[in-house]
Write a protein that binds this ligand. Structure first.
Ligand SMILES: [Zn+2]
Length: 196
């Protein structure tokens, strides 16, 4: 996932926290003078890992980072300021889903099952050419990619992933089919409101 060069850093403080209210901890801290009052919406790709008690959990497709249920994933980095504009740290997400599968200019899907979806990004956010690097993130909508044919092995995934508190759909087929399934939802995204 190549999000390109950093353009600017903004502060995003959603009026409504993207973590579902019945899942998140009661504490919430307010940042001063946010640039946006809604989460930035970006696209992500995950693989699935077995969490505690064997239940499927989202994991970064490139690193062994499990996405927690009911609380934001927080960025961390040795630079001490994740995300820092002059670093590569932060939770990455793309403006458009096409680039999720782009590696060395070849569209390659990870081994099935994998999950694509929209995440809400907030906190300090570094805007880049094709996406963002954020301080905090939570999944808002998930699409479990179940591969080709009549493979029913992943039918239980929507129910299992519903613990994240967002809608989960199953999409079948190759990369092209998955992107086609995402397209209508992309168009339905609300415009970002400025807090100022
Ligand atoms: Zn860093």
């Amino acid at each position: 996932m190549d999000i390109g060069e950093p353009q600017r850093t903004i502060v995003v403080e959603p009026i409504e926290c993207p973590v579902p209210a019945d899942l998140r901890p009661a504490t919430a801290s307010r940042l001063a003078a946010p640039d946006l009052a809604e989460p930035v919406l970006g696209w992500r790709l995950w693989s699935l890992v077995r969490g505690r008690k064997g239940a499927p959990r989202l994991s970064s497709a490139t690193r062994a980072v499990e996405w927690p249920v009911g609380r934001a994933l927080g960025a961390s980095c040795g630079c001490g300021l994740a995300p820092a504009a002059d670093c590569t740290c932060g939770i990455h997400a793309l403006r458009r889903p096409e680039g999720l599968f782009r590696c060395l200019d070849v569209d390659v899907a990870p081994p099935s099952p994998y999950v694509v979806g929209l995440v809400g990004l907030w906190g300090r956010v570094v805007e880049c050419e094709r996406g963002w690097r954020a301080e905090r993130a939570y999944p808002l909508r998930l699409y479990a990619a179940a591969g080709d044919g009549g493979d029913r092995a992943h039918d239980g995934l929507p129910a299992a992933l519903a613990v994240y508190g967002c809608e989960v759909d199953v999409v079948r087929g190759g990369v092209g089919d998955v992107l086609a399934a995402l397209a209508p939802h992309e168009a339905a995204l609300p415009p970002l409101r400025s807090a100022r």
